[in-house]
Design a protein around this ligand. Structure first.
Ligand code: NAD
Length: 484
């Protein structure tokens, strides 16, 4: 059964940095796919604005090439592509100067939804906001979209929030965390709050612990210099993994509306205990076979930036007291696999005796690859051999359950950009959430910097430093295997 696509209202969307890497790989292909799906139609203007000198015809070629490269199957149908390309125009513009702004203002129509995507370095956010205001484009109905990284610590995040707040209200600011646009992540909320089965068990009485893993098999590649300035804590934990933790740990909001959801997420971040030294492990990958050492891929040969992190987080509130959240992320790990595992406690008493072994229910939310949700249940092993127990998955791999048509999920960017046009901020981070997340991570990073701590080496293709295994062994637990 195919889901019904409701077209959004007509809009004018400006992509600042419309010729950059992110725009070419994600934003234009996402818009194209929504166009093909029938969600974008009619009188829509899509405007690229960037520093490079070119005309609209040249720009259309740039976008066309990007869509053919990154847009998937649909982009091979020429009719679709040429109809989409007609909606595009380009303005050469300098965020820091006056060039191009009057021309851009002329392209914007007063009776349309206006959205401005800041796909440029955060150092330009203030300039863009100021000039949008000066040229009359920052009215009450306009929206701005900003990309990560949103600051590199609490102070810089506060500065960015302040700069944007000079010209835009919080209700107009959409801070993207593309993890929140993933279908499975939203399904996590549907599973929790749409079923009676899970919520009564969703607390420290029944949940032993939670593991969140975001493992990449690739290294920093050509992005070494960018990555080396941030590291796993800033690049993954402060934003994406904190968001996942919040969705697991939050109280049920009264309504599925932007502020109700974000208020609950914020309470979780504020309830996090400070992380103690022994509860966090940082690592950096070493060469293995033809795989290069981290330090040879970045400018600084003595870099102490971490490419791996594992930590134990405690949410100090009634629901979660005593149930740790273990987070782990890294590059050059054994496989590419991201999942959240909610590991339930043992049954309070086993009627089957010691021979039956130890069995636990685990709810696994797989983000990649093969998005889906799996609930491990214990059953009797078939056959006449007595009461032997085994664990089997109640598998809810969406592609199988829903059929190929409905399981062809929109990419996170498709959903999020459409939410901007619809004016729905539920899946975007609020300014106070981002600040609270930095307030939690800043002291951990400051500790490393004060102690000039070196990350622990780990072999490329492994599951990280041994100390990360110890982090769980100490508590009588172990990480789930990283497998795709
Ligand atoms: P990029 O360097 O490839 O592109 C930058 C774009 O900004 C270009 O179109 C350039 O012309 C434009 N630009 C630069 N200076 C300008 C100025 N003064 N006035 C007008 N336009 C100007 O960068 P990118 O990789 O596309 O990243 C853009 C933003 O998105 C950054 O904040 C980055 O951190 C963030 N981001 C990127 C990725 C990614 O995968 N590339 C992922 C997440 C977040």
């Amino acid at each position: 059964m195919a889901s019904r696509v409701i077209p959004v209202e007509p809009f004018d969307l400006v992509i600042f940095g419309g010729t950059g890497d992110l725009a070419r790989r994600k934003i234009w292909p996402a818009l194209f796919r929504r166009f093909v799906a029938g969600q974008i139609e009619g009188d829509v203007r899509l405007i690229g604005a960037a520093r490079g000198e070119m005309d609209s015809a040249g720009f259309r070629d740039v976008v066309q090439e990007a869509i053919v490269e990154f847009g998937g199957e649909e982009s091979r149908r020429k009719a679709n592509l040429s109809a989409f390309i007609k909606m595009l125009s380009y303005v050469t513009l300098d965020a820091r100067g006056e060039a191009g702004w009057v021309e851009l203002a002329k392209l914007m129509r007063p009776d349309r939804i206006r959205a401005f995507y800041f796909s440029v370095a955060p150092s330009l956010f203030g300039d863009l906001a100021k000039r949008l205001h000066k040229h009359g484009m920052a009215d009450d109905t306009s929206r701005i979209v900003v990309e990560k990284p949103f600051g590199r610590d609490l102070e810089s995040a506060r500065d960015l929030n302040r700069v944007l707040a000079r010209h835009f209200d919080e209700s107009q600011i959409y801070r993207i965390d593309h993890y929140l646009g993933k279908e499975t992540v939203q399904n996590l909320m549907a599973i929790r709050f749409g079923n009676v089965l899970f919520e009564p068990l969703w607390n420290s009485q029944y949940v032993d612990h939670i593991q969140i893993t975001v493992a990449e098999s690739v290294g920093v590649g050509g992005r070494g210099d960018y990555y080396d300035k941030s590291g796993a804590m800033r690049d993954m934990v402060q934003n994406h993994m904190m968001q996942l933790l919040c969705l697991i740990a939050m109280e049920p909001p009264a309504k599925f509306d932007p502020d109700a959801v974000r208020d609950e997420k914020l309470k979780v971040i504020r309830a996090l205990d400070p992380v103690r030294g022994a509860d966090v492990v940082r690592g950096q990958y070493e060469a293995q076979g033809d795989k290069a050492d981290y330090r040879t891929q970045v400018e600084d040969p003595d870099s102490t930036t971490e490419s791996f992190i594992a930590l134990k987080a405690l949410v100090s509130n009634w629901r979660w007291a005593g149930t740790p959240f273990y987070l782990r992320t890294g590059k050059r790990l054994r496989d590419r696999a991201s999942e959240i595992a909610v590991v339930f406690k043992d049954a309070p008493h086993s009627i089957f005796g010691a021979d039956a072994g130890r069995h636990r229910n685990i709810l696994t939310i797989r983000l990649q690859p093969n998005e889906g949700i799996e609930l491990g249940v214990t059953i009797k092993e078939p056959g006449p051999g007595g009461m032997r127990l085994i664990d089997v998955p109640l598998d809810m791999t969406f592609a199988e359950a829903l059929g190929p048509e409905d399981a062809d999920f929109p990419d996170a960017y498709e959903r999020l950009i459409m939410d901007v046009i619809r004016g729905n901020q539920t899946l975007f981070m609020r300014g106070d959430e981002v600040e609270a997340a930095w307030a939690w991570t800043d002291p951990i990073i400051a500790d490393w910097e004060a102690g000039a701590s070196e990350p622990l080496p780990y072999i490329s293709g492994s599951s990280g430093p041994d100390e990360a295994l110890m982090l769980m062994h100490r508590d009588g637990r172990r990480w789930r295997e990283i497998k795709p």
